[in-house]
Write a protein that binds this ligand. Structure first.
Ligand code: ZN
Length: 296
């Protein structure tokens, strides 16, 4: 099976046009769909299934964000700012199938906001406000930073190396609020006995990954409001099984509704708490389904 990038010098050049946040969300969702379709096609072919025709991916310099002639220098003009995790398995541009000059990316373990991160954010809001239409917080499943924070939350006595390492502790501490909120939401939805479930730790990680992205989105919203930057902040989580960015844990996305993929971030603590309960319900449903299927 060939995967071919094809450039046609005679095809009309269509400059990127993303006039608003809705168009930016559509572009990111379609890009993530292309990415997952391509990987799934390769996986099917590897198993001897699926068509043998080459997968042809059209490209042109403009769509790559590259200059058309030597010596030209582009103006920086990303259409979305993404706060994501440093995890090497979740490269932002690949996951959304975007190219040069499309995304302004901040990556830090656990997608939390620190001082340097906020400085970059302020720079973007001040200098790139004309092109930026959207802010995204992208969490991901099985996040090591969230796993460490959950383990610390459940068994603090076993994590003295984190407790006595200031930089690491700062990171883990920032995630604690999402973990406490997730633990509370799981108790709300399933009762206090849920903490005795053999899968509780993994359930808490799954829920916390989504809630942690929403906590960062709420913080970002407040920071941006102070800067007069009004573009929407949305959140989503990259799931390794589906290769999709999703707004809730569980089944692969079947519909095309954009809020199933990227959902507006909370604008106050009540909305955050409501979302945490929704995530907890979805995580519990997914766990029960896995058990029914004999996967857990
Ligand atoms: Zn991570």
């Amino acid at each position: 099976m060939d995967v071919i990038y094809r450039y046609d010098p005679f095809a009309p050049i269509v400059p990127r046009e993303i006039p608003d946040a809705a168009a930016a969300i559509d572009r990111l969702i379609q890009g993530n769909q292309r990415f997952s379709d391509m990987v799934h096609a390769i996986q099917r072919r590897t198993l001897g299934e699926g068509p043998v025709e080459p997968l042809i991916l059209p490209l042109c310099p403009i769509s790559l964000g590259l200059p058309l002639y030597q010596g030209a220098v582009l103006n920086q003009a990303p259409f979305a700012l993404i706060l994501g995790c440093s995890d090497a398995r979740v490269p932002t541009e690949l996951v959304f199938d975007q190219w040069l000059n499309d995304l302004f990316v901040l990556r830090v373990a656990g997608n939390v906001l620190g001082t340097a991160c906020l400085g970059s954010l302020h720079y973007a809001a001040r200098h790139l406000g004309d092109s930026l239409q959207l802010v995204v917080v992208l969490g991901h499943a099985k996040c090591g930073a969230v796993q460490a924070a959950v383990a610390t939350y459940l068994s603090p006595q076993n994590f003295s190396d984190i407790a006595y390492t200031f930089a690491l502790r700062t990171l883990v501490d920032q995630i604690q609020i999402a973990i406490r909120g997730s633990a509370h939401a799981l108790r709300d939805v399933a009762g206090s006995a849920i903490s005795q479930d053999p899968d509780y730790q993994s359930l808490l990680v799954t829920t916390s990954v989504y809630v942690n992205a929403a906590v960062s989105a709420l913080e970002l919203r407040r920071e941006l409001d102070q800067r007069g930057f009004k573009q929407p902040v949305v959140t989503g989580v990259y799931e390794f099984e589906t290769l999709s960015v999703q707004a809730l844990p569980g089944d692969p996305i079947s519909g095309t509704h954009s809020t199933d993929r990227l959902r507006p971030g909370p604008s106050n603590p009540e909305e955050l708490s409501h979302y945490a309960n929704e995530v907890a319900r979805a995580a519990l449903t997914a766990l029960e389904r896995n058990r029914a299927n004999g996967n857990s």
